[in-house]
Design a binder for this molecule. Sequence first.
Ligand code: ATP
Length: 316
Amino acid sequence: MGKIMTLGEIVVEIMATQRGQTFLEPGLLAGPFASGAPAIFIDQVAMLGQPAGIIGCVGDDTFGVLNIERLKRDGVDVSAIHVIKQATTGSAFVTYRKDGERDFVFNIANSASSQISPAHVDAQVLKDCKHFHVVGSSLFSFRIIDAMKKAIEIVKGQGGTISFDPNIRKEMLRIAEMREALRYILEFTDIFLPSGNEVTLLANAADEQGAVREILDLGVREVVIKRGARGSSFYDASHHVDVPGFVVEEVDPTGAGDCFAGTFVTRRLQGDASETALRHANASGAMAVSRQGPMEGASDMVSLLAFEESAVAFES
Ligand code: ATP
């Protein structure tokens, strides 16, 4: 089995324990939890028994150890995680509004993760990689963009495939070079995994169908749209299917999209039909939101199957 790899931020997350709690005054917090969108994605891949690895940087501190030990425990190859002296591991602090919306305080832009550079990417590091995953929010510096492009070119050059979860921070789109980088990645993408409202962000068409057609015309083979509790949809050149999500109590939404993507990509590479992979991915997203902590809901296949058997599908 070829390896699935990714590149990007590895951070800790610390969150409020009550809805409506803010950081304007002291309150009870939970964490630190292992986190970072690419880290959550790759942890989910490893949980499904697929060889998995991540290229990234952490600081020479306890948060770095927490992440490395956690990823290692779940089966991720951590040999391409670099411990940077004189840098700290990034962190994200989260509060939940009464309506469930989240507010974040990020300490990532100047953390160890910002040190990722093309020097960390080469043919040796990627030698067993048959699939490489890109998360848009990881592209927060031009140095990281160059590292990502280098990885994509190497993996494509050795016959591998690429998936891309745009996870776009809107402010990125206002910077022409960032927008260009996202379009560049899209042109190399085999599996594109936007959230519902992101589908049109990188296309000219204003409606979903038009945007999907435009993206497939670029050469993207599969477009998978995440729709929160409602589930997800799959499009390729000849086929479209919607698969409902599973009903769960949402405890913590962070990480659902990454667990979903990890499961969809892994199961497709392992040979599942699109609809089957979508069902497993929906289960993975649902299990992720039902646990506190972004990586705590990553699940193995036995748990996913047991969940699917007992869970009720969402009805619109
Ligand atoms: P995030 O960026 O917060 O990780 P996302 O926007 O990329 O999330 P979502 O659509 O929120 O992705 O979630 C991914 C998948 O997880 C959904 O397509 C669905 O299958 C599952 N999911 C998400 N929220 C829920 C929920 N409340 N109940 C059940 N399943 C959910």
